[in-house]
Design a protein. Structure first.
Length: 237
């Protein structure tokens, strides 16, 4: 779980941001020696101040990020990635809410916060440009944008979606940008990105584990509903 709060000045600038995460620590189960004084730094991946593996791409004058470890008797493990999954969703959904409260375009609002983070900004601009951000869309279709860093890779995405009268969501298009440094096998990088989209949409739209008589009914991928990736077109800068 995560609780976020923000402060906006009269000009619509983000002047304060507070994020407090609470949940289980993977390291407490799989690598307890990395947890010191009840603190698991890896739980805040993507929100670190320093450059490198998982840096927050925004500069905010007043910033407080906290983690309250709450472990149960049920062990946890990696879920495609670790910690960056939920932290990216928490932060980017909230940044959209703050931009809306400030009366700003979500892309422009992010760009103002990213002047000191050129690599984060470059992938954000690339995704926006290739998605045609700002261009008119068909009636009923909408765009969303996000960026995040994890595991030494800078990433950004634009989604085109619509919502039916029954509340059903349809994802029409996803545009992704990634800077992971030196590429040894570009095809493997593309596969990772495309697979991440499928897993991300699965989690957002139907991700669920159901328990019946103390056992999970989803035994493996053959009994777990997942989102497919129908068509993809790749581009490189």
């Amino acid at each position: 779980m995560c609780k976020l709060a923000a402060g906006i000045d009269a000009a619509g600038n983000l002047v304060g941001l507070h994020a407090r995460v609470s949940g289980q620590s993977i390291n407490a189960f799989v690598a307890p020696l990395t947890v010191a004084d009840g603190k698991d730094r890896r739980q805040l991946q993507g929100w670190w101040a320093e450059p490198g593996d998982a840096q927050l791409g925004y500069t905010v004058p007043n910033l407080l990020i906290e983690y309250a470890m709450r472990n149960t008797h049920v062990p946890v493990g990696p879920w495609r990635g670790v910690n960056t999954n939920q932290n990216g969703v928490y932060m980017e959904c909230f940044i959209d809410e703050v931009a809306r409260a400030a009366g700003a375009d979500p892309l422009d609002f992010r760009r103002r916060l990213m002047a000191k983070h050129p690599k984060h900004l470059a992938v954000l601009d690339a995704a926006a440009a290739h998605a045609g951000w700002g261009k008119p869309l068909p009636a009923g279709r909408h765009r969303g944008i996000a960026q995040f860093m994890g595991y030494g890779s800078y990433s950004a995405a634009v989604a085109e979606v619509s919502v039916s009268a029954r509340g059903e969501i349809e994802v029409h298009r996803m545009v992704l940008a990634l800077d992971c440094g030196h590429a040894v096998n570009p095809g493997q990088i593309a596969a990772q990105v495309e697979g991440s989209v499928a897993f991300g949409l699965t989690a957002a739209l139907y991700g669920e584990i159901t328990i019946d008589k103390g056992r999970a009914t989803e035994l493996n991928f053959h009994t777990y509903r997942s989102s497919g990736w129908r068509r993809c077109r790749r581009w490189r800068p």
